[in-house]
Every structure is written in structure tokens, then in C-alpha cells.
Design a binder for this molecule. Structure first.
Ligand SMILES: C[S@@+](CC[C@H](N)C(=O)[O-])C[C@H]1O[C@@H](n2cnc3c(N)ncnc32)[C@H](O)[C@@H]1O
Length: 224
């Protein structure tokens, strides 16, 4: 998979791309990630990428030209272009699974007051990370691409993905490690006795119990 990211702040991605599972996925060539500072594509002599809004109002609006020109250079018939925007569909695990099969994702990160509305005509999808506003599209882009990259074959073990939260519209089961008793809190005995059938039953029932308690809305979706 190739991921191209259009951003005015490429340095924000340094830690994200150079640590942990994402770094390993890049090193193993499961994914190639390229950062494009669309300021490099502006035709403005002073390097401006934004301007005041027509009709007045607060803030600066990202201009069409730098983003259109940048996309003209990098877009191919395989590209799927995603705008990070609070107006988008709220991201979830199902969308991560759908997007992991795309060959080429292009993310456009906004900043300031947001985008000139006409930039939307370039996009195949609009993603929000929730009903709140952050400063720019960089953090949303990192969240969304992290969720996708870790699903790529070979990024983490298949086993780790099997019972993850949101698979089958359930949360994950509770996990414990040594010591068996910590400050009076004991690991459930069923996990100690080595009976794999019982352990599986316990984990399945805990997944259901936890989901009923914490996220009953997921179970409603399951019945849709
Ligand atoms: C300060 S925000 C602009 C907010 C815009 N004026 C509004 O009220 O909807 C700047 C950029 O951050 C990104 N952004 C902010 N909140 C987001 C969210 N919840 N999901 C995805 N992207 C977001 C978008 O790329 C947006 O263009």
C-alpha cells in the first residue's frame, strides 16, 4: 500500500512514522508513506496557501490552487482521496478494514479555518475522528492511517487481530499477566487451570458482558 499525505506540517509526522509498529511496517515495505507539503506547490510569490474568506468572517481558508496542483502530480487511477474534516463520516474499525485493501490512499490535512469548499470535488471520502474540532488534520490523519496500517498483512500477528475490540461488534475480553495476585486483586482462576475450552467460554462471555455494560450501542448495530 502507498499512503501520500498532504500537510502544511510534515514534521508532526516524525514520531509517528519512526516508532513502533508503523516504523516496522514501513521497514518491511508493507506500506510506503510520503509527505507532501502543499506549500511547495503554491503559485503565490510569498508562499501563501490560504486567504481570507469571501463574505467575511474569522480565520483563513486554504486555497484551491496548491492542493489541486499537488494532487495533479501524485494522483493515479488507483488513488483514493480522503479529506480529514469534522464534517466527515465518523471513523470506525469497519472503515479501517475497508480502507486497508486500497492500493493508494491520499490524505488531505486541513488547517486554520479549513478548506475552500471546491477542494471537496477532489475527494472520494470524508472522515471525521469525532464530534470535536482539533487544530489540523494531522492528528486525525495519524489516527486513521495507524488503524489501517496495523491491519496490513504482516504488520502484527493475525492472532492479535482476532479478538480485538469491534470485531463482531464486541469489545475485547479482559487480559491479565503476572503476578497472579496484586494488592489483593486476583486473576480469575479459570485462566490459570489450562482448560482451553473453559478459557474460551470465559473470554466470550466476558466480551459480551463488557459490551453490554460499556457499549450497548455496538450490540444494537450487530442486530441491524
Ligand atoms: C480548525 S479545523 C477547521 C474547523 C472548521 N472551521 C469547522 O468548524 O468545521 C482545521 C482542520 O483540522 C481538521 N480537523 C479538525 N477537527 C477534525 C475532526 N474532528 N476530524 C477530522 N479532521 C478534523 C480538518 O482537516 C480541518 O480542516
Amino acid at each position: 500500500m502507498k499512503i501520500d499525505i498532504l500537510t502544511l506540517f510534515p514534521n508532526m509526522f516524525t514520531g509517528f512514522l519512526n516508532e513502533s509498529i508503523i516504523k516496522r511496517a514501513i521497514d518491511k515495505k508493507l506500506v510506503e508513506v510520503n509527505l507532501y507539503n502543499f506549500r511547495d506547490y503554491t503559485d503565490d510569490l510569498h508562499g501563501h496557501v490560504d486567504d481570507t474568506p469571501y463574505g467575511g468572517g474569522a480565520g483563513m481558508v486554504l486555497r484551491c490552487q496548491p492542493i489541486f496542483d499537488c494532487l495533479d502530480k501524485i494522483r493515479t487511477p488507483d488513488s483514493f482521496v480522503i479529506m480529514l474534516t469534522p464534517e466527515g463520516k465518523i471513523f470506525n474499525q469497519k472503515m479501517a478494514y475497508e480502507l486497508k485493501d486500497k492500493k493508494h490512499l491520499i490524505f488531505i490535512c486541513g488547517h486554520y479555518e479549513g478548506f475552500d469548499e471546491r477542494i471537496k470535488s477532489l475527494c472520494d471520502m470524508f472522515i471525521s475522528i469525532g464530534d470535536f474540532v482539533v487544530t489540523g488534520g494531522e492528528l486525525p490523519c495519524m489516527l486513521v492511517s495507524d488503524a489501517i496500517i496495523r491491519l496490513l498483512d504482516g504488520a502484527i500477528t493475525k492472532k492479535s487481530l482476532e479478538n480485538e475490540s469491534f470485531n463482531d461488534n464486541l469489545l475485547d475480553y479482559p487480559t491479565y499477566t503476572k503476578p497472579r495476585i496484586f494488592r489483593g486483586m486476583e486473576v480469575p482462576s479459570v485462566l490459570i487451570n489450562g482448560d482451553h475450552k473453559k478459557i474460551e467460554e470465559f473470554r466470550n462471555s466476558e466480551r459480551l458482558k463488557k459490551t453490554k455494560e460499556l457499549r450497548p450501542d455496538l450490540l444494537e448495530d450487530k442486530n441491524d
